[in-house]
Design a protein around this ligand. Sequence first.
Ligand code: PLP
Length: 402
Amino acid sequence: MEQLIALEKRYCAENYAPLPVVLHSGAGAWLTDIHGRRYLDMMSAYSAVSFGHSHPRLVAALTAQARTLAVTSRAYYTDQLGPFLQRLCEMTGMPRALPMNTGAEAVETALKAARKWAYQVRGVAPDRAEVIVCAGNFAGRTTAIIGFSSEPQYRAGFGPFAPGFVTVPFGDAAALEAAITPNTAAFLVEPVQGEAGIIVPPPGYLAQCRAICSRHNVLLICDEVQTGLCRTGRLLACDHEGVRPDGLILGKALGGGLLPVSAFLAREDVMAVFTPGDHGSTFGGNPLACAVGFAALGLMQEEGLAARAQRLGDMLMTKLRRLRHPAIREVRGKGLLIGMELDPALVSARDFCERLMQHGVLSKDTHGTVVRLAPPLVVTEQEIDIAVAAFTAVLQEFDMAA
Ligand code: PLP
């Protein structure tokens, strides 16, 4: 184990600080390390592995398509892209989709669409378009995206940044309305902020944002890379408030936990701004990705993963809220996207996660204060009890150490 960690440290850029475990295989909600020790996965690759590891149906779709045709580029039509996007659009109620690979690429796609729409449709003066974002946002790591991050570490040393972004507080609809100007193209928002530490806005926030954007003819673009595809107990987190955005960004679970697959979906008049040559990606919409995405969307419906996330998420949240400990500041979330905020003066979230690992549960801290829980949506009640027991054991350890 030490050797493999040393090898990774020797050759890989140190842009992550992994927990000291070397994983070898995974099945369902469980991961196994190179010594054969099993861990309950309460992270699911930052919500990408919603179906559990190597779901047999998804692996079957992947391997069958890999044997048939994997990558062609969009220079040609294929028999996989149309059916995949039809299913995606019909399920989400969005008329059109543009396939990409990673979440950040789909966010960049949304930003390009919003700007061009602003010039062509809203009549914003050339190069003046603005996109309103929220403090605490996370949308990936490209230079444009980190330019509107409010997290100093994500930005430090990577400037200069693209202009055209305005930041408002998250959860404050009045602040959004006050920030809109004749140059505003869009409001980009996560229905629940994931990386920021699972921040749930006040009830009604998204619906108010919808009304404000409609009133001012500004696009409401929801970044559901993390919250979408059943994670919060509905197909989309927007569905909790009956909100239909003008642009929708999906990623992570869209690839079934096997491949990077993302998409920007939008209203007809928004997507219509793209003409051949305006935008693209060598791998976006490749047959392999489409076959897996198609199967993943089908599985989501057949296995009722949204209802499952709601039921098990409520159960997990209730059980975590019953844990009484001075270090626990708050347990919050929606569906199976849950964060436990710890008092950093008493317990570091990183230390907490390392101890959870010793008890056979994998999680990851965010910002040093929040332990995140986003298990595969196929997790069982028994497995949730295993996770809660590990939390209890770790809290007791901190008591003994105090
Ligand atoms: N948007 C949100 C809300 C995310 O949580 C993430 C990743 O965590 C991204 C975008 C970026 O996705 P990717 O890491 O696939 O580029």
